[in-house]
Design a protein around this ligand. Structure first.
Ligand SMILES: [Cu+2]
Length: 157
C-alpha cells in the first residue's frame, strides 16, 4: 500500500513538475522560494525560510544549515510555552517524510542566522548550504525581503 501511494504521488509530481519547477534540488528533495529578511543594524540574528518537498520514496532529514553571514546557523521551531511563543533549537534537524512538503516560515520552523557579521540588507542574496541526511548538500541563495516582511518580496520566479 505504501509503495502504491508513493507511486501515485511520484506520478502526480512528474506531471506537475513543469508547472511548479523547483528553485533548487538535492536528489529527490525540491527546494522552493528560499527567502530571508533584512535586519536592523544592531540585530545579532535573522531568520531564513523555504519550502522543502521530498519527492522520493524514502524519508530524509534536513540535518544542518550553514552560511558565511553568520557565526552559527541553526534550525529552530517556535511553539507556545506558557502563553508565549518561544524559539527552540532542533539539534536533530527537520524530518522530511517521503512524498511530503515541509514549510519553514515566520512563526514556525525556520533557519536561524546567529552572531551575524553585519546586518542583512534588503535585496541581498544570502548564501546558504543545506545538508540532508541522504540527499547530501546543496548551495542555495536566500533573497532578503524588507525588515519584518511577512513573506518573500517577489513570489514570481
Ligand atoms: Cu530562531
Amino acid at each position: 500500500m505504501r509503495t502504491l501511494l508513493a507511486a501515485v504521488a511520484t506520478a502526480f509530481m512528474a506531471v506537475a513538475s513543469p508547472v511548479f519547477a523547483a528553485d533548487y534540488t538535492a536528489g529527490p528533495i525540491e527546494i522552493d522560494t528560499p527567502w530571508t529578511r533584512a535586519t536592523p543594524p544592531s540585530a545579532k540574528a535573522g531568520g531564513g525560510f523555504l519550502k522543502l518537498t521530498n519527492t522520493g520514496s524514502e524519508d530524509d532529514r534536513l540535518v544542518s544549515v550553514a552560511s558565511p553571514i553568520a557565526g552559527r546557523t541553526e534550525l529552530h521551531t517556535m511553539d507556545m510555552s506558557g502563553g508565549v511563543m518561544k524559539m527552540r533549537h532542533l539539534p536533530d534537524g527537520i524530518a522530511l517524510p517521503a512524498g511530503q512538503s515541509v514549510e519553514l516560515k515566520p512563526g514556525s520552523l525556520h533557519v536561524m542566522f546567529m552572531d551575524l557579521a553585519g546586518p542583512i540588507e534588503e535585496g541581498a542574496a544570502v548564501q546558504v548550504t543545506l545538508t540532508f541526511e541522504k540527499a547530501g548538500s546543496v548551495d542555495i541563495e536566500m533573497r532578503a525581503a524588507g525588515i519584518g516582511a511577512p513573506g518573500p518580496a517577489d513570489m514570481a520566479h
